[in-house]
Design a protein around this ligand. Structure first.
Ligand code: B16
Ligand code: MG
Length: 217
């Protein structure tokens, strides 16, 4: 009997590639221009969070308030300019180990695959990494308006794959992403810190461990 087609939805930052370091450096440059520096605890809080929500976290870290919406948009745009400069030369050597192998294994087992990222540069980064053809569907920050933990990004990916939500598994490194997957009735594999990802159905410490997973979902 042929196996039922299922869906696997991959987050980008922290699952496919470590773009968090570039987001952090770009935000820290902006913070420096405003007279403060970021520390690593802020870095953790920025993961998986949309650009404008990230700006709020950064402003709060610097104790900066009373900024107009127009100015906030300008600041976020400036940070994105720094980020774009940093990812201009991103290359396949920066792919996190194990993820591509896991995607290929899923495809052999009749899974459809999707990107489900908050980043407006998600599609562009997949192209630069040379792996966009591994994804049946690409949903990034350009196609959705509500940030994780809202499940919109994963619903959009599942709808485009034509797979029922309960037959989808999300692979995520951020707590907000795990909550979004569950809010959408999907299973979730967490990659990273067990404390941060405690709610996930299964947690692996890093992407290299993904390919060891027996596909129970
Ligand atoms: P952009 P993900 C997220 O990527 C990042 O983790 C987060 O730090 C970033 O603010 C967000 O994308 C938006 O990125 O400014 O490029 O639109 O983990 O959802 O793949
Ligand atoms: Mg992420």
């Amino acid at each position: 009997m042929e196996q039922k087609t299922k869906g696997a939805i991959f987050d980008l930052d922290g699952v496919v590639v470590d773009t968090a370091k570039y987001h952090y450096l770009a935000w820290d440059r902006l913070a420096g221009e405003m007279g403060f520096r970021l520390d690593s605890s802020v870095n953790e809080r920025l993961k998986g969070v949309s650009r404008m929500d990230s700006l709020e976290i950064v402003l709060q870290a610097g104790g900066i308030g009373g900024i107009s919406q127009e100015e906030k948009l300008r600041l976020a745009q400036r940070k994105n300019g720094y980020y774009q400069e940093m990812i201009k030369e991103i290359s396949p050597s920066e792919l996190l180990p194990g993820t591509v192998e896991f995607i290929k294994k899923l495809k052999e087992r009749n899974y459809k695959t999707a990107l489900g990222s908050a980043s407006k540069s998600g599609g562009l980064i997949l192209k630069r990494l040379g792996i966009i053809s591994l994804f049946d569907v690409v949903v990034d920050g350009n196609q959705v308006s509500r940030a994780k933990p809202d499940p919109e990004v994963f619903f959009t990916a599942a709808d485009r794959m034509g797979i029922p939500y309960e037959d989808c598994v999300v692979i995520e490194d951020a707590g907000a992403g795990v909550r979004a997957a569950h809010a959408g009735g999907m299973k979730c594999i967490g990659v990273g810190d067990r404390d941060v990802l405690a709610e996930a159905d299964l947690v692996v410490e890093n992407t290299a461990e993904l390919s060891q997973i027996e596909l129970i979902f």
